[in-house]
Design a protein around this ligand. Structure first.
Ligand code: ADP
Length: 495
């Protein structure tokens, strides 16, 4: 699917590159053919076009370097930003000059340096991770500043660029070599399989470089101030505008992402605060039961019958069990967040594990009977016993908790295809239809849980554990009629 999408994008880019190349080439030839003598000598217009381009180049370079610092763009973009810095600098200076040797020289140097630097995107991966690559944009700036200063201080040493109103070989070579550099970079940017932001960046820079490449080549067929000459200026400004618009959109997208992340962080921390107060409340209740039972035992020291002793100790044990369960769930959730859950499946007797959990949970309530028939399960199933035990303790203790007035709980098992199923059914408060799809979200508690202690953490942990086994948990329920939670486990571990 991803591959097909990538191919289609690449196909579209190839098509648009071809179309852009043909339209630009045909445009230049047509202008040369139909308006051979047309000239527009307009310094302010030219200066504006070049300064807008230079300004755009700096903005894009800055944005790129910023995005790279945030790890959003790959190492190739170091070279893109460096090329843009060179081009922005020299083209900006060129915009300020009067037509002549220096004027053409600065522009040609911009195309040459820009194109050859851009071409380094092909080698970027090889240099990836080497410390010196961080300095490349500064290096580009220093070299460009050197070229600019040299050109202004020693104009007599600048290669001759125009003779008799025609561009010299040196000028043509500089522009065509730069143009070829841009075309090579355009090929690099034909989208390959990359992250989404990168893919869009690739598309932008493939057209950006293509327009620059073509304008470098068209230079060859133009004369200063003629129609083709203005035409390649238009192509270049179009190239800059494409990139600027894209990066403004990208930056806005990042801002939106940040705002969304902040909002969800805020919601999460509100939930966590709610959770902390729930947990502390959850600890208080069993501690109060333990304390109360112990005090009563103390007070009646002399005349404790074995029945009273059993009843009180039973309460204490149930309260301790509840606290241990809560601590386990909380710790598991924290370890899951830290990616530190150790999943080690071994062949295990799941039927025995479920029976054991049933017996444990049944001991915590005098009012409930758990009917457990899991004989359909195979003798051995690959599972992590600790994690799976936690899942069934959670489901069974929920069944008791959310069915205070319905004593019967059924646990059954069956095999279907390549899966084993274990269902825990109660006839308790049930879950409203509108809440069913949120049952496994962390901290979510159904409306029917009002007045019943809980944190909304257990089911999300249980589902995560079951999924680690390649299985899942599903729920069927109707408000007031009870619930059935079904665990599915693959008979053969997912390969
Ligand atoms: P807790 O029970 O601590 O709130 P869980 O994650 O185990 O946390 O359960 C999440 C929510 O799912 C509960 O608050 C309750 O609304 C609902 N729930 C879970 N099991 C049952 C059940 N057997 N019957 C009705 N509702 C249930």
């Amino acid at each position: 699917m991803g591959k097909r999408a990538g191919t289609t994008t690449a196909g579209r880019v190839w098509m648009s590159m071809l179309a852009t190349g043909m339209v630009s080439g045909a445009g230049a030839i047509a202008l040369n053919h139909f308006f051979p003598d047309w000239r527009l000598i307009h310094y302010p217009l030219h200066a504006s076009v070049e300064s807008v381009g230079a300004f755009a180049a700096f903005i894009i370079a800055t944005l790129i370097l910023g995005l790279r610092n945030h790890g959003r763009l790959g190492v190739a973009y170091v070279w893109v930003a460096s090329a843009l810095i060179s081009m922005g600098f020299l083209d900006g200076l060129h915009a300020l000059m009067h037509a002549g040797q220096g004027f053409v020289w600065l522009h040609s140097a911009a195309t040459f340096l820009g194109g050859t630097t851009f071409m380094f995107v092909w080698a970027a991966d090889r240099f990836d991770g080497q410390a010196w690559t961080r300095g490349v944009p500064y290096g580009a700036f220093a070299i460009t500043a050197g070229v600019a200063a040299g050109s202004l201080l020693f104009p007599e040493h600048v290669p001759r660029m125009v003779v008799d109103g025609q561009f010299t070989v040196a000028a043509r070579v500089a522009n065509v070599v730069g143009g070829i550099g841009f075309l090579a970079a355009a090929l690099y940017f034909v989208p390959r399989r990359a992250a989404k932001t990168e893919r869009r960046g690739s598309m932008v820079f493939s057209s950006h470089c293509l327009l620059f490449g073509i304008s470098g080549i068209i230079f060859e067929f133009s004369m200063i101030w003629d129609a083709a000459w203005w035409f390649w200026h238009v192509l270049r400004i179009a190239a800059y505008m494409i990139a600027v618009l894209f990066y403004f959109r990208l930056a806005r997208g990042i801002e939106d992402d940040l705002a969304r992340a902040l909002e969800s962080e805020r919601q999460y921390s509100a939930l966590q605060q709610q959770f902390v107060s729930l947990v502390s409340h959850e600890f208080r209740t069993p501690l109060a039961i333990i304390d109360g039972s112990a005090q009563r035992l103390l007070r009646r020291k002399g005349d404790i019958t074995p029945e009273i002793l059993e009843e009180r100790l039973g309460r204490i044990r149930a309260a301790v069990e509840r606290m241990v369960g809560l601590i386990d769930t909380t710790l598991y959730a924290a370890r899951m967040d830290a990616g530190k859950i150790d999943f080690s499946p071994t062949p295990c007797d799941v039927a025995e594990l479920v029976r054991h959990a049933c017996a444990n949970v049944a001991a915590t309530s005098e009012h409930h009977q758990i009917q457990c028939d899991v004989s359909a399960l195979p003798a051995r199933l690959d599972a992590d016993a600790k994690l799976l035990e936690h899942v069934f303790l959670n489901l069974l203790s929920n069944a008791i908790k959310y069915a205070p007035n319905a004593p019967r709980i059924d646990v059954s098992a069956w095999i279907d295809g390549n899966d084993a199923f274990i269902a825990v059914r109660d006839q308790g408060v049930g879950i409203p239809a509108g809440d069913l799809d949120k049952m496994f979200e962390r901290f979510f508690r159904a409306k029917t849980s009002a007045g019943i202690r809980g944190t909304g953490l257990g089911l999300s942990v249980s589902r995560a554990f079951t999924r680690m086994h390649g299985g899942d948990i599903t729920v069927e329920s109707a408000e007031g009629e009870g619930s059935a939670f079904t665990v599915r486990l693959p008979l053969t571990p997912a390969g």
